[in-house]
Design a protein around this ligand. Sequence first.
Ligand code: HEC
Ligand code: HEC
Length: 212
Amino acid sequence: MISRVRILAAIALALVAATACTAVAAQTVPDAATRQAAVKLAQDVCGSCHGAQGRGDNPRIPRLAGQQRAYIEVQLKAFRNQSRNDPAAHEYMWGVASTLSDGIVAALAEYFAAQEPAPRAVVADAKVVTAGKQLFERGSPERGAPPCTGCHGGGGEGMAVFPRLAGQHGEYIYIQLKLIQNKLRDSPVMHGLTKQLSSEELTAIAAYLESM
Ligand code: HEC
Ligand code: HEC
């Protein structure tokens, strides 16, 4: 099982690298002026929705604090070139992302990745959280669903283009999993992995991740 997940992770990395190779391979190193401009933008503009430090409270707007830098860069470029094209992406992120240069994208990613993640949330239903933890860590071998930890890390901390999920809003996670399942958010790797999970299972996983 472990080796299968490793292989999947390697394939996923290769796929993402192939589609977003400029973002991953040639990482832009922002200069001091760009960094300064990005901090101001992050706090004044992005902060109005995501929270100035990326720890916003709106359950439908993702937290960015402590998110993987490479993942933030890839997503901002996907909003900018409109390939992440679910309705909320279109409505809220296309406009703001269309104005960002590669340098500002890199500096914004650096800024949010360096923020302290939000403190743990207390999620009411402990039984649901436990069910979610099991699925996250073990997958569902009988249905060929591998553990999520193979790519997202044992603590949901993510790595490079694999997003941090720990401490993310449960409602946002659930919406994204549904979008991915229904191919409304284009993520070939994740689509295959989530397509057999029920809504109850996705709810449980989302509750567990929010509680981490
Ligand atoms: C008007 C509100 C709003 C503003 C302003 C805004 N965002 Fe967003 N952002 C959203 C919403 C809503 C989503 C979720 C989109 C979706 O569901 O596809 C999102 C998604 C994202 C994501 C994807 C996170 C993930 O976990 O996949 C990143 C990265 C991001 N925004 C960064 C930024 C940055 C950087 C700025 C400032 C330049 C910014 N946003 C400004 C509302 C906003
Ligand atoms: C083979 C590697 C791999 C495995 C295993 C995997 N994921 Fe992912 N996951 C990814 C990648 C890559 C992305 C980013 C997709 C993109 O760029 O749009 C992602 C994105 C996500 C997102 C969107 C996060 C955000 O901030 O918008 C969620 C939620 C998620 N995965 C949950 C899961 C769950 C739950 C499982 C287990 C059922 C799982 N993943 C298993 C690779 C994986």
